[in-house]
Design a protein around this ligand. Structure first.
Ligand code: DC
Length: 240
């Protein structure tokens, strides 16, 4: 893969929004952070915002099933993502909760919190503000369908469920859950994310699908770079 001139010339081009959607364990976060570094873009992990609200709800005794109360809580909260080379630090009301929001309980609660339309409305609004200037790699479940339906690059990253489950398990060897339970939890979460009434996880009609089941990370990155470079070069030809 070319790592030099192409990246330099494309980095100078007008900064666009790159939307990356897909299910848990498909490799979105890793891909998004590599792409952000390559193009000198900002990487935004929108799932971390749902996780942050879930954590705050639990700490404040708000039920993850109460959409109105959750949306009110979101309105009183300052949820910030601070991009760095390893991903995003997550701050809730100024407190760094990056590690806390990765626990299994919060992972499950975030998926439950994310089904509520009022919560989603608040999140989408914030995410649009964050990405308004372009130069963003935003990853989540509804970025290409809802948050930025006009994004110039949309990638839907997928992989077979058992592969995603195993990858997730290997990412968190410190956790004492057996592999089978990590896979089962991931599939339950998938099912909820794909079947919720509001903004379910589906590929945008104009998204490019990358199935990473049999691909290495480098192959996935190469494919994504091809897609993005093609768009940036077309923009340069069009706009000069
Ligand atoms: O990407 P993640 O695993 O950190 O996301 C946590 C949960 O948040 C996920 O189960 C679904 C939800 N989510 C969402 O509904 N929409 C997004 N754009 C991002 C995440």
């Amino acid at each position: 893969m070319d790592n030099g001139t192409n990246a330099n010339s494309t980095a100078r081009a007008r900064k666009i929004v790159i939307a990356i959607d897909g299910p848990a364990g498909s490799g979105k976060s890793t891909l998004a952070s590599l792409l952000a570094r390559r193009y000198c873009y900002t990487n935004i992990e929108t799932g971390a915002m749902y996780r942050a609200l879930a954590l705050k709800a639990i700490e404040n005794g708000v039920s993850v099933d109460d959409g109105n109360a959750l949306a009110a809580l979101a309105g009183q909260s300052n949820i910030e993502l601070v991009p760095n080379s390893e991903g995003n630090r997550v701050l809730v009301d100024g407190k760094d909760v990056t590690d806390l929001v990765r626990s299994q309980d919060i992972t499950d609660a975030a998926s439950k919190v994310s089904v509520h339309p009022l919560v989603r409305e608040w999140m989408v609004q914030r995410q649009r503000e964050i990405g308004a200037g372009g130069g963003i790699v935003m990853e989540g479940r509804d970025i290409g369908t809802k948050v930025f339906p006009d994004a110039e690059v949309k990638i839907f990253l997928d992989a077979a469920p058992e592969i995603r489950g195993t990858r997730r398990f290997l990412q968190s060897p410190a956790a004492d859950a057996p592999e089978a339970s990590v896979v089962a939890e991931l599939q339950a979460r998938d099912q909820r994310d794909r079947t919720r009434a509001n903004s379910p996880l589906v590929p945008a009609t104009d998204a490019v699908l990358i199935d990473s089941t049999y691909l290495t990370l480098d192959q996935v990155l190469s494919r994504a770079v091809e897609i993005i470079d093609a768009r940036l070069q077309a923009n340069e030809r069009k706009h000069g």
